[in-house]
Design a protein around this ligand. Structure first.
Ligand code: URA
Length: 235
């Protein structure tokens, strides 16, 4: 919500009084006087008006997790272990997933309580590159690279995938970088060649790479530098 509306909604403030309080530097957001009436206020911000704390702000949380195989990317599931079940009870309360990986896909997952942050990351046409390590049943042939770079038509969504970059590492191993996140995208892309993906592991999302110190199932908070690098990336 805009700060001018936020202040107007406080008891005893009209729109004009809110604007005046802003102009006089009587409104502090996270300890700083703000004058821009359009500033967006979020639940994570503390707000003080004329010396009175009107919103304390609660801590935003951002985690990276090494997803193991055999768990679902969901906050609850009647049958299977979920990614959130990997966290201690007292840590999972308000978290949700910023993006999904399939049941047997492993690697980097991001969790947060900041809906605006996760929406930016998970829009299907987000331009943030996602790097996958892929193993396949059949040999990966040289011409796959051109086909992936040109884009593949997905009839269900009636779209052509954005250029993807394939780096062949071995007869059945490759790195694939996608700049979008369509449903089962990697498997469908290799499926175009009737080549089944037998192992899929996400190594990076934009500038964030999976911390090699994290064992499958482990997580840690993102560092300020990691958060900063992500907000500086195009999405
Ligand atoms: N593409 C897939 O097919 N599966 C995943 O888990 C992620 C990307």
């Amino acid at each position: 919500m805009r700060i001018d509306r936020f202040v107007t909604n406080l008891p005893g403030f009209t729109r004009q009084q809110a604007r005046l309080a802003l102009a006089l530097g009587e409104v502090l957001v996270d300890g700083q006087a703000v004058q821009d009436p359009c500033l967006d206020i979020r639940p994570f911000n503390s707000v003080t008006v004329r010396g009175e704390h009107v919103q304390l702000g609660y801590p935003a949380r951002y985690l990276m997790l090494h997803k193991p195989a055999g768990c679902v990317s969901a906050t609850s599931d009647p049958e299977h272990r979920t990614v959130l079940d990997l966290l201690p009870d007292d840590e999972r309360a308000d978290l949700h997933l910023a993006g999904r990986l399939d049941y047997n896909t492993t690697g980097l997952m991001l969790l947060t309580n900041d809906g605006q942050w996760s929406r930016r990351l998970t829009q299907p046409d987000s331009k943030l590159p996602k790097l996958y390590y892929v193993e396949t049943e059949q040999p990966i042939e040289a011409h796959y690279s051109q086909v992936f770079a040109a884009g593949l038509y997905f009839a269900y969504e009636n779209l052509t995938t954005r250029p993807a970059q394939l780096t062949v590492l071995g007869p059945r191993q490759a790195h694939l970088t996608l700049v979008e996140g369509r449903y089962h995208q990697v498997k469908r892309m290799f499926g175009h060649f009737q080549n089944k993906v037998t192992r899929l592991h996400r190594l990076a999302v934009g500038p964030l790479t999976l911390d090699p110190a994290l064992e499958p199932g482990e997580s840690r908070p993102l560092t300020p530098a990691e958060l900063q690098s992500l907000s500086a990336s195009p999405a």
